[in-house]
Design a protein around this ligand. Sequence first.
Ligand code: GAL
Length: 421
Amino acid sequence: MRSRWRSVAAGALGLALLASACAGGGQDGGEGRVEVFSWWTGGGEEAGLNALIELFEDRNPDVEFVNATVAGGSGTNAQAVLDARLQSQDPPDSFQGHAGAELQDYIEAGYLQSLDDFFDEQGLRTALSDRLLEQITYEGSVYSVPLNIHRSNVLWYSPSVLEEAGIDGPPESLDELIEAMEAVRTGTDAVPLAVGEQWTVDHLLESVLLGSLGTEAYNALWEPGADWDTPEMAEALATFEDVLSYTQEGAADEDWQEAARRVPEGEAAFNIMGDWTVAYYDELGAIPNEDYAWAASPGTEGTYLWLSDSFTLPVDAPHEEHALAWLELVASQEGQDTFNPLKGSIPAREDAEAAHYADNPYLESALAEWRSDPQLAGSFWHGVTVGNRWKNDIDTAVGRYLRNGDLEALNAALHQAAQSG
Ligand code: GAL
């Protein structure tokens, strides 16, 4: 199966390098500037960043803000560009990275400065929860400032397509999801499950693993040397294969936004994507609980499959003083409460004002759930549980599977990746 999937990696890297050239990166020795690197551009991604830039410019009128973005959801293109820049000692003043294991490679390579003093000065050790601090501490030090908490395991669905297919409400287990998708396939013209380019399938995989294995077993997968060669994993991957058989033709050519918009437009029943989707839906003018609704991805109710966008201070950042001013804004209550309602995320700080999120029913419920101390699981695709090498091994295995449909080979490659992790 799956010959419709093809490798886009080489093309993506070429585009990414081109984008980097256009992004204005590089040192020019200019004193009054700060270059901040991210992949937040386009639908649902850039409004929050732009609002934060405006605040920065108000607070720092003499500093030119250079917005170095590289397009491509989940940083698939940006990370290649960033690696090339760090390797050639051309760091931006600050770059976006996921809190957790993803930053370890950069820390170990000596690319990042510790932010311990900054955390003390800004009171971040009390403003952030202990469990978040624990996740971002590496050998006793911290290296990035978390701006938000995103949720990966969200099932977005179209109430009207479900109604047409005779489905009462969102499926609560993976078996129910498959049943519901079958009803959509037979009873409507809609796509049962919209996905997009390859990384969105990696993203789907983490929700299916969590939904099939349960939180404890999912979390145990990320211990180095974990056993992925088990009957439970074989079953989870068989479910993954079933789920994928309900996706649309030509998905590999769609970015996450194109796949996600199929739900409020009534072209698809379901999409499993992170909660940055709600920012995009807002931009589209879609009406919550009418054009779209949401639930935990099937089998994961009660668990927050989390990730966090954070910003760093690279070694030899050309404009360190201004980079610290940027990080101060990222760390602040005002910065977080300005950015997050527009980004579809909740604040990393514990003291953020719930009122800022009350206009958006999704965000209101997400904040309440996060504050109710849910079970936690870390997103692997978005950098919480694994570093870049392990993540890339998983991505390569998934890409191969999408082209050759060999599920046993997928399981073996995932097991191998965990042994090398
Ligand atoms: C994630 C990132 C989010 C969002 C998403 C889609 O990796 O943490 O902030 O940008 O990718 O691009």
